[in-house]
Design a protein around this ligand. Structure first.
Ligand code: BDP
Length: 698
C-alpha cells in the first residue's frame, strides 16, 4: 500500500513539477512547439488526401499546434481550420491563386474562404510542397505569427539540397563531433530507430531533400546487397518527408566487389558492372537519388588511375543511373602530392578544361573555397568558370576547422559570404548563388542527444537548410527564426547578438586577415602554425602562411602562384593589388611585410595582434551575455552552453598565444605596447598532443 502511495506521489510530482515539465536536452531541435503565449484554440486540420506525405504533414501540424496553443482548453468562438490540399483540387483551382510559379516544391499559404468557410489554406503543386508549407506555417506560428490573414509563399531557389554524412559503416563519423553515426547499420534494416523519423522531420522542416548516407571516403561494402537493404530501410522512412537517399560510391568497387581486374571507366565490363549494380539498387530503392564520388583525391581511387579524365569516370556512372532518373555528384576536391602547383589552383586546373564534357545528369560538387573549409576562404574560382556544367557548392556544417562542437560559431554569415560573392562571370551580379544547381552540407549530426554536439550547432544545420532553400536569406534573419523556435521569442535579440559575430570571432582568434590551414596535424584541433615536417608539402601550415623575417602570406599574384588569374578578369584585377584586396583576405593572396600599414593605421603585425585579441574579447562577451540569460533558459541547455563557452574562451587565448609565440620566433618583433605576452613559451605550445581527438580518420 505504502509503495502504491509513493508511486502515486511520484507521478503527481511529475505532473506538477514545472522544472521537470520544462526540462530540455535539445532533442526537439527547433521543433519544440512550446506555447508562445498565443492561444490558437482548437484548430482542425483537414488534409484532403491520404498520401504518406500529406499524412505526415497533417500529423506535424496537429502536433505543433497542440504544443503551441497550450494551455489548451480555451475554446474560441469560431473553430479555425487549416486545409492541406494540392493545387489541382477543384476547390482550389476555383480560387485562381498564383500557384503555377510554385514549381514542384514551392508552397502558398493563405487565409481564404473555401466553399463558404474561412480557412487557412496550405497548398502547392505537389504534396511535398504542402509538407514544406505546413512546416512554414508552423515556423510562422512559432515565431509569433497568427492564423489571421496569413499570406506566405516561397519556392526554393536551389533544386538539390542535400546533407553529406561522412559516416563510416562501423559507426565512426569522420570529422564528427556529436557522437557515433545516427545510422545503426547493424540493426538495420529491421529496426527503425524513431530518431530516423525525427531526423527526416527536422530536414523536411528546413527543405532538405536529399541525404548521402555514407562517407565520401567510401567502403565498397556499402554497395553490397545487405547494405543496399539497410539503405532501402532508411529510404522508406525518409520518403514521406521528401528526402531521397544517395550513396557515396567507391570507384574501385567493380574490383573489390565484382572481381574485375580493373575499374577503368572505359572498359565495357566495368560499365556493365555499374549498370547492373545501379539496377539492383533501384530495385530496392525506386527513387534512389544517385551517387556521390570522391575520386583521385587524398588516396581515393578514380579514373586517373587509368589515365582517364574525371569526365570519363563521372559519365560512365551517370549512364548507369540515367535510365532510373539518377544523378552523379562528382567532387572537384582534388589535389595531388605529385603536383607542385599551388594546391588552391589544382581543382580549377583539372576541371575547367572539362567544362561541357560532363553528361547532363552529372553535377560537379565544389567546396566553397579552394583549400578546405577554413574559417574564411575566398570563393572557389570554379564558380562561374564552368558555364556548361551544373555545379553544386559544398559547405562543411561540422566544424572541423572551427573548434569542433565546443566552439560557438554560427555559420550563417560564412554561407552568405560565399553565396553572395560576385564571380563577375557574366558581368556584375553573377553571384556564386546564381551559379548553383545544388548545395551540399557536410552534416554535423550524430547520436548525441542534442544531435549536433551543442544547442548552437543546431543553428548551423538549420541555417544550411534554410539558405539552401533561399541563398539570399539574411543570416541574421535566419538566426532570429532559429532562436525564437529554439529558446523563446523573448530571447531572440540577445541570442542573435551572440551568434551574429561568432564566426568572425573564430576567424579572428584562429586565422585573421586571410591566414589559413594553420591547424595542428590530422585532427586539426588547436594551433600548429609551426608544423613543417609532414611528408606532403601542402599538408604543412608553413606552406600556407609562408611567414619569414620580412613578412607573411601566400603570394598568389603573378609574382607567385598566380592563382588570382583563375578568377574572372575584374575580380582578378581587384585582387592583384594588396591595396584593393579586402584586408580580410589579404594574406590569402599576398605576401606582405610585417610593417605594412593597414586601414586602421596599425602595422600588419599590430593588426594581427588586434584581431587575436578581438576574437577573445568577443567570446568573453558571449559568456557575459549567456550568464545574464541564465534565468530564462532551461538548466540543462544553459549549463552545457556555459561550459562550452568557457572552453572556447580558454582555447581562443591558447590560439592567440601559440600563434603569437610562433610569429615572434619568425619576425623577431616585440608585441605592441599593452599587448599581453603569451602565457607559455613556443616549445610548450609545440609540445601539446591530442591523441584520440574525435573525428580524425585513423
Ligand atoms: C577534409 C577532411 C577529410 C575529408 C576531406 C574531403 O579533413 O577528412 O576526407 O576533407 O572533403 O576537410 O574529402
Amino acid at each position: 500500500m505504502r509503495a502504491l502511495v509513493r508511486l502515486w506521489l511520484a507521478a503527481m510530482m511529475l505532473v506538477l513539477s514545472p522544472t521537470i515539465a520544462q526540462a530540455e536536452d535539445g532533442y526537439d531541435l527547433w521543433m519544440r512547439y512550446r506555447s508562445v503565449g498565443t492561444n490558437l484554440g482548437f484548430v482542425t486540420i483537414d488534409a484532403r488526401g491520404t498520401t504518406p506525405t500529406l499524412t505526415v504533414a497533417a500529423a506535424e501540424l496537429r502536433r505543433g499546434i497542440a504544443g503551441l496553443s497550450a494551455p489548451a482548453g480555451v475554446a474560441q468562438t469560431a473553430t479555425p481550420a487549416i486545409v492541406l490540399v494540392t493545387a489541382a483540387d477543384r476547390d482550389v483551382t476555383a480560387l485562381h491563386l498564383p500557384t503555377a510559379p510554385l514549381g514542384d516544391e514551392g508552397y502558398l499559404i493563405r487565409s481564404v474562404t473555401l466553399k463558404g468557410r474561412p480557412v487557412t489554406l496550405v497548398t502547392a503543386n505537389s504534396d511535398r510542397g504542402v509538407l514544406y508549407g505546413s512546416f512554414a506555417l508552423l515556423r510562422h506560428l512559432q515565431t509569433g505569427g497568427s492564423l489571421d490573414r496569413v499570406d506566405l509563399s516561397s519556392t526554393p531557389r536551389i533544386k538539390l539540397r542535400v546533407l553529406n554524412h561522412w559516416d563510416n559503416l562501423d559507426g565512426v563519423v569522420e570529422r564528427g563531433y556529436a557522437g557515433q553515426s545516427l545510422w545503426d547499420w547493424w540493426t538495420l534494416p529491421d529496426f527503425h530507430d524513431p530518431r530516423y523519423t525525427d531526423y527526416a522531420r527536422a530536414n523536411a522542416s528546413i527543405g532538405i531533400n536529399g541525404t548521402v548516407l555514407n562517407n565520401v571516403n567510401a567502403k565498397a561494402d556499402s554497395l553490397t546487397a545487405p547494405y543496399i537493404a539497410k539503405a532501402a530501410a532508411l529510404a522508406d522512412v525518409f520518403r514521406p518527408y521528401g528526402i531521397k537517399v544517395y550513396l557515396s560510391a567507391r570507384f574501385s568497387a567493380p574490383i573489390e566487389l565484382g572481381g574485375l581486374k580493373t575499374a577503368d571507366p572505359l572498359d565495357p565490363a566495368v560499365a556493365a558492372w555499374w549498370k547492373a549494380k545501379s539496377d539492383e539498387i533501384y530495385r530496392a530503392i525506386p527513387d534512389f537519388g544517385g551517387f556521390l564520388v570522391k575520386a583521385n583525391s587524398e588516396g581515393q581511387p578514380g579514373p586517373r588511375d587509368y589515365h582517364r579524365s574525371h569526365a570519363d569516370g563521372a559519365n560512365m556512372l551517370a549512364a548507369a543511373v540515367r535510365p532510373h532518373g539518377g544523378i552523379v555528384m562528382w567532387r572537384a576536391f582534388v589535389y595531388a602530392e605529385t603536383d607542385p602547383e599551388d594546391r588552391a589552383k589544382q581543382a580549377y586546373t583539372e576541371f575547367k578544361p572539362l567544362d561541357g564534357k560532363f553528361a547532363s545528369n552529372v553535377i560537379v560538387q565544389v567546396k566553397n573555397g579552394a583549400i578546405d573549409f577554413q574559417p574564411r576562404e575566398p570563393f572557389h574560382p570554379l564558380f562561374g568558370a564552368m558555364p556548361k556544367t551544373p555545379l553544386m557548392i559544398e559547405f562543411q556544417i561540422t566544424k572541423e576547422y572551427l573548434g569542433f562542437a565546443t566552439h560557438l560559431a554560427y555559420l550563417g554569415p560564412l554561407f552568405a559570404e560565399t553565396l553572395e560573392s560576385d564571380t563577375m562571370a557574366k558581368g556584375p551580379g553573377s553571384t556564386v548563388a546564381k551559379q548553383l544547381s545544388g548545395m551540399a552540407g557536410v552534416a554535423n549530426i550524430g547520436r548525441d542527444r542534442d544531435w549536433a554536439g551543442s544547442t548552437f550547432n543546431q543553428a548551423n544545420w538549420y541555417a544550411f537548410g534554410r539558405m539552401a532553400w533561399d541563398p539570399t536569406l539574411d543570416p541574421d534573419a535566419v538566426a532570429r527564426e532559429w532562436a525564437a523556435m529554439t529558446f523563446s521569442p523573448a530571447l531572440v535579440a540577445p541570442v542573435v547578438a551572440m551568434m551574429s559575430g561568432s564566426r568572425e570571432a573564430v576567424v579572428d582568434y584562429m586565422t585573421p586577415l586571410g591566414l589559413a590551414h594553420v591547424m595542428a596535424t590530422g585532427h586539426h584541433y588547436g594551433p600548429g602554425p609551426w608544423v613543417a615536417d609532414l611528408k606532403r608539402p601542402e599538408w604543412n601550415p608553413v606552406y600556407y602562411h609562408k611567414a619569414d623575417k620580412a613578412g607573411i602570406g601566400f603570394d598568389r599574384t603573378v609574382t607567385g602562384s598566380n592563382a588570382i588569374a583563375q578568377y574572372a578578369p575584374p575580380v582578378a584585377r581587384r585582387l592583384t593589388d594588396p591595396a584593393t584586396t579586402p584586408e580580410r583576405e589579404l594574406l590569402w593572396f599576398h605576401h606582405v611585410p610585417w610593417t605594412r600599414p593597414m586601414a586602421s593605421g596599425r602595422t600588419l603585425w599590430a593588426e594581427l595582434v588586434h584581431h587575436y585579441d578581438s576574437g577573445i574579447g568577443y567570446v568573453a562577451g558571449m559568456r557575459r551575455q549567456w550568464d545574464a540569460l541564465r534565468p530564462q533558459v532551461d538548466a540543462e541547455r544553459w549549463q552545457k552552453t556555459a561550459t562550452y563557452l568557457a572552453v572556447q574562451e580558454r582555447e581562443a587565448s591558447w590560439w592567440r598565444d601559440a600563434s603569437l609565440a610562433y610569429w615572434m620566433s619568425i619576425n623577431g618583433l616585440s608585441l605592441p605596447t599593452g599587448a599581453a605576452p603569451p602565457a607559455h613559451d613556443l616549445a610548450w605550445y609545440e609540445a601539446q598532443r591530442f591523441p584520440h581527438a574525435p573525428g580524425n580518420p585513423q
